[in-house]
Every structure is written in C-alpha cells, then in structure tokens.
Design a protein around this ligand. Structure first.
Ligand code: PDD
Length: 284
C-alpha cells in the first residue's frame, strides 16, 4: 500500500521520495533519528523524543531549521495522512547533500525525512514474547548516547543472533552489559530489585527506559542504575528490554541459560501493566 512520507518540506507518496546519493547520511552515516510510538493515533512520550533529537543534532553540530512545534505538527500530519492508529513515526535529519569529503562543510542544508509504519503494538502475542538472547562483544563506536544512523554493528549482531536461533543480542564491554542492539537492558534480582546501566556515553538514553524507571519508582520498587555483568544477568530472576517499539519485553534465556522459570516474570508484568496505563494517559 502506498503511504505518504515527508521529505524536505513536502508530503509525497513514498515512491516519489528520493534522496541524493551524495547525501551524507548515505555516504557517512552522518545523520540522527528518532522513533516515536503512536498509540490510538497519539504520540507516546513526545517530549522525551524531541528533547533527545535536538541533543543528538547538537552533538553532531547539525543545525536544523525546524523548531519543536513544527516537528510535532509534521508528526501529527503524517499520522493523519496515513490514518495511523498504532505503530511508529520515524524521523531522520542528515547533514545534507555535499561533495564527498571527510571535512564537514558547515554550509550544507540538512535533509529531513519522516515516514510511518503500522504495527499492532498491543497484540497479545507481541506483548507476551519471551525473548532469547546471546551476549556479544561491543563493537559499536564510543558515542552510543547519540542516536545516529550508524547502526551496522547492531544490525549485523541481530542478524547473527537470529541465524543462531535466538531473537537478539546484548552488547558486552569489559565484562559488563551495555544494552541491546536496539533496546535498553534490565535485570531483576533479589525479588524485585531492578538493575539497569546508568546513562553515559556507553548506551542510548532510552525514552522508554526513563518511563519504566518512573513507573518502577511509583510502584516503590528498588532501582539500581549501575552496570551488571554477564554472570549476574545469567543468574537474574528476570530480565527484560525496553524500547519505543517493544515497550517492555521479557528476556527468558541468556546464552542458553534459562532466566527464572522461563516465563515472563511478575515484576516485568507489573511494570508493563502500569506502563501501558501511563502512556495511554500521557500520549498527545
Ligand atoms: N531504537 N538503545 C538503542 C541502541 C536503541 O536503538 C534504542 C531504540 C533504545 C531504546 O530507546 P527508546 O526507548 O527511546 O526507543 C536503546 C529504536 C526503537 C530503533 O532504532 O528502531
């Protein structure tokens, strides 16, 4: 089905949206992006996404001429034009089109692209997935806090994990888990203590991670923001990932070792229930 997308000032049918082969997003991965969940036609955690988007742009010194309200309007228009109920809006700004050169020309005009994807995010079989993961060496660059489109290492690792018969991979640096290929990683130990890595350059500051920690706090659960080792993860009572497109998804096997009793843990379920209630209330 043909969908409407946005490209540099215009809403057009997807097959008409063309970008130059000289775009630095294509040649250098010189671009940043956001993925915002849409539930019931409304944007989930918009403030968190737009905030992080401008943070990423600033880190790459890309100057976008679009202000927050314009970006919000573009998201809402795309939801309307595609009659999107549940799914996501993908937004990307690349530095723009320039003669191929490692030296960045500051006068280049950035490109802005938005498209939507319909996904049945609340479908029970999707919510209740029980993921199996393996751990793999961290092979991404040092600045994982910037949401750039340099996603090759993550994409290769996820594909390799799939080829080995599991769902995904968690990256490991110096013996400690950083995060998933496109999600943040959590474990639950000692009946309901939640552990997830603190925010620094090693991981992306997940918008869903933040919301889940807020929910955990409201529920009075103990939280530790610190790195955890592969061994600690393998012995955890529960494990899960968070992301805009997975919300909170249970991990039941790490490196072939069963986590807890192999079912979705009670803390994971509790967090999910409260989280879904909250985001439906606050989506705009
Ligand atoms: N990815 N860490 C990485 C490396 C990610 O790519 C993502 C999200 C997250 C979770 O962030 P958030 O909760 O804000 O979605 C953590 C998106 C969904 C993607 O690339 O499709």
């Amino acid at each position: 089905m043909i969908k409407t997308v946005y490209l540099n000032g215009k809403f057009v049918p997807d097959f008409e949206a063309q970008i130059s082969i000289f775009d630095r997003g294509f040649l250098f991965g010189d671009s940043v992006y956001e993925v915002t969940t849409v539930l019931g036609g409304k944007l989930v955690a918009w403030e968190g996404h737009v905030e992080r988007f401008y943070r990423s742009l600033k880190r790459l010194k890309i100057t976008s001429s679009c202000d927050r309200q314009t970006l919000l309007n573009l998201h809402r228009q795309l939801v309307q034009l595609n009659q999107l109920k549940d799914g996501l809006i993908y937004m990307q700004v690349s530095r723009g089109v320039a003669q191929r050169d490692f030296l960045i020309n500051e006068k280049v005009e950035p490109s802005l692209v938005l498209f939507s994807q319909e996904i049945d995010l609340l479908e029970p079989s999707r919510l209740n997935r029980r993921l199996k993961i393996i751990t793999v060496p961290e092979t991404r660059w040092e600045h994982r806090d910037i949401k750039t489109t340099q996603l090759l290492a993550a994409s290769l690792m996820k594909t390799e994990a799939n080829a080995l018969g599991v769902d995904d991979a968690w990256f490991v640096e110096d013996g400690y888990i950083t995060e998933g290929t496109s999600s943040n990683a959590f474990i639950v130990v000692n009946s309901k203590k939640i552990i997830t890595r603190k925010i620094d350059r090693a991981i992306l500051a997940g918008v869903t991670r933040f919301s889940i920690l807020e929910v955990a706090m409201q529920l009075g659960l103990e939280i530790q923001e610190r790195a955890f080792s592969v061994e600690e993860a393998e012995l955890a009572d529960e494990a899960f990932i968070t992301s805009a497109t997975n919300f909170i998804a249970s991990v039941v096997e790490i490196n072939g070792k069963k986590i807890g009793n192999g079912r979705i843990g009670s803390t994971t379920l509790l967090l999910r229930e409260r989280y879904l209630t909250e985001i439906k209330k606050t989506a705009i």
